[in-house]
Design a protein around this ligand. Structure first.
Ligand code: PHE
Length: 337
């Protein structure tokens, strides 16, 4: 084999081995094989140079040195690469484009609830929370809804089967998904003494047939104010101020006489623009029986409560015509808000 071929073969396999070495240990093996001083491929190559004639030797020797230099340089460069610590910083490519994914947004209903808390908070209402899985006492009894009331019909509520939770005393104390946030009125008054001024926002569940304006799950904001001398005029003022702050100065609030077991008197609340009225919830003065159920004296304290449909406000504000859009999680819809 002549020396030219030997040089080429050596250089090519050395460079390939250097590039292929994945870590420091592999690279060290490559060094021993191709650049080792005592034995190995470089020694073999030196032997080839030793065999050429005296006239050729300067040229061949120079070529040998050049090959050796190129392989050593490649080796040193690769050594630096495999020894560089793999920190997050070194793997961060600052030449890549800035935000590779689109930033998400909060759901329009979440935005509405944040707005609601913000507005009602300015009237001194703090935010309270209550469980979505309720017992009949908090969903009905304490709210003055008697056993034979049609609202308690199992077909109009989502009762949980005994098997769906481990403890809780079924069948003596059945559980259901709350059908209204009024449950939080009871839970608050059980815990606190008046004065109370809270709102509670969250999901409620009713087995309604689903269409453009009905869903079997929707959101309510419950309001509760209890004190020495709370009046219906204050109730209407709070609702009027709330509605105009959220929807604009031209919105009117209207009360229509109604009935709820837990308020007396009770009203349906409409908001309107001219002749165009939309029902948005119920309200009233807390029934004395409810005050008694939580251990208050109805002769000493009074209070109002209201329950508003959050979807309705959001739909009106954004001209959304179908309530189902909120729950389909279609980003083409959601990204518009
Ligand atoms: N809980 C009632 C409903 O869901 C609304 C309401 C709340 C009425 C508070 C009066 C007082 O229909």
């Amino acid at each position: 084999m002549d020396h030219i071929t030997a040089f080429q073969e050596y250089e090519q396999s050395a460079l390939e081995a250097i590039v292929a070495a994945a870590d420091a240990a592999a690279l060290e093996n490559v060094r021993i094989e191709f650049l080792g001083k005592k034995k190995g491929r470089l020694k073999d190559l030196q032997a080839v140079v030793g065999k050429v004639s005296a006239e050729e030797r300067p040229v061949v020797g120079k070529a040998f040195n050049e090959v050796k230099m190129r392989v050593s340089t490649a080796f040193d460069a690769r050594k630096k690469e495999v020894e560089r610590p793999k920190t997050a910083l070194s793997s961060l490519d600052i030449t890549l484009p800035g935000t590779p994914v689109k930033l998400g947004k909060r759901h329009p209903l979440t935005q509405t609830m944040e707005d609601f808390k913000d507005i009602i908070g300015r009237f001194g209402f703090t935010v309270a929370d209550g469980p979505e899985i309720e017992d009949e006492y908090h969903n009905f009894n304490a709210l003055n809804i008697p056993d034979d009331h049609p609202a308690r019909d199992p077909l109009d509520n989502f009762y949980l089967s005994a098997a769906s939770y481990a403890t809780g005393g079924l069948p003596d104390n059945p559980r259901l998904l709350r059908s209204q946030t009024s449950t939080v009125q009871i839970r608050m008054m059980e815990k606190e003494k008046p004065p109370i001024r809270i709102v509670s926002l969250g999901r409620v569940y009713r087995p309604d047939t689903i269409d453009a304006t009905h869903s079997c799950m929707f959101h309510q904001m419950e309001g509760l104010m209890v004190g020495d001398d709370v009046t219906m005029a204050q109730l209407k003022t709070v609702l009027q101020l709330f509605a105009t702050t959220y929807l604009g100065q031209d919105v009117q609030i209207r009360f229509r006489p109604s009935f709820f077991p837990f308020t007396e008197p009770s009203v349906e609340v409409d908001m309107g623009w001219g002749d165009d009225w939309l029902e948005i919830g119920g309200a009233g003065m807390i029934d004395p029986n409810v005050l008694k159920a939580v251990g208050y004296n109805p002769d000493e304290v009074s209070g109002f409560a209201f329950g508003l449909g959050i979807e309705r406000f959001c739909m009106r504000r954004h001209q959304i015509t179908d309530i189902r859009r909120f729950y389909e999680n279609d980003v083409r819809f959601l990204s518009q808000f």
